[in-house]
Design a protein around this ligand. Sequence first.
Ligand code: PLP
Length: 431
Amino acid sequence: MSSKLAIAGGAPVRSHPFPPQNSIGEEERRAAAEVIDTGVLSKFLGTWSDEFYGGPRVRECESAFAQRLGARHAITVNSATTALQVAVAAAGVEPGDEVIVPPYTMSATAAAVLMNNAVPVFADIEDETYGLDPISVERSITPATRAIIAVHLFGHPARMRELKDLADRHGLAIIEDAAQSIGATVDGRQTGTIGNVGVLSLNRHKIIHCGEGGVLLTDDPDAARTCQLVRNHGEVVVEEAGVEDIANTLGSNYRMTEVEAAIATEQVKKLDGLLEVRRALAARLTGRLAELPGIAPATVAPGCSHSYYFYPIRYHADRFEGVSRAAVAAALRAEGVPVAEGYVKPIYLQPMYQRRIARGRRGCPWTCGHWQGEVSYEPGLCPVTERLWTHELLLADVCRIPLTEADVDDVADAFEKVLDDVDALRALEVA
Ligand SMILES: Cc1ncc(COP(=O)(O)O)c(C=O)c1O
């Protein structure tokens, strides 16, 4: 392929946009309408009664998730963000504790720690899985460490065998942020069910969704009870519920509505079909991209399966005498293939961490008196993350419904065309 690059005035590989994801169909419409017809859109009561645990759709939804994912308990909430806050509480984290998190994730992963007045400590991720690097985690453990949050980034599982072994040896809890990885597995176990507490997201970008929503997964009955209490004003009911240890039961309203639960129940039935599409498209893209120089397609670590929330591609500028990732990404976009550069800024570089001001003006949780440790948020702290962010990683959202093999071939054709003519890009960069 050697036609003129679109960025230099040639015809683009693709002139029509990729269609948006939409997995909502007649089943969800019917399920939502049935709830609406009852006139009762949420059935939670924030007092000690049967309805403290929500209405019939919420309970049906929780059973469906528990069964499909293989967890003893599933607790629905209104987002993965709130689920993470609840999970940190349910893992027994207290003010002054440290929680090890990756910096390359959605901000909510680390914010959940701050919301519990605990201190996030950032360990680096590793190149192959994009999950926490167990060596960096081990180096980050101090006497104040209470838990680790493993994020299964882009839909690939983090190194759960090693992280679990580490957590067991040091007496730490593991929280899994499986917001992006529903259906991905490690040794046949579903991400979100391997650690002490796992979290799924059902926001509209995710593999299955209900608008906004989250699910907590756990096998531990005590953790499940804490999740149920924190979700629904736990402080009001602990007495009648006979809860002796009331630490971390202070609650809020994180409840899922009956409408969302009805939709989520239909969505989880579609999960396997949706994953099949993602994996088939990803296999095709990997096959095509593997033949191209200077880039590395997504890989899957032994014993794992990927759910391809995003399809990550590595760009090696040194193979092209310094033609930047930005130039390649711009050229791909001009060819009609949208790619994102570098995912998110490493979290420790955000102002909240740089200035150490989260709760109030006085610097809590770092200065609240409960925590006496030391933590670094300096640039350069996590070199793998920073390298991926600044110049190596490209992300494509093309392994999903309603895309077809022809769409994925357009992506591969655009990469082929652009990488075949990096000289033209170099000339444009110089100009
Ligand atoms: C890794 C990760 N964690 C947490 C969240 C928060 O999810 P939600 O939007 O359901 O609150 C997201 C959302 O994109 C995410 O990607």
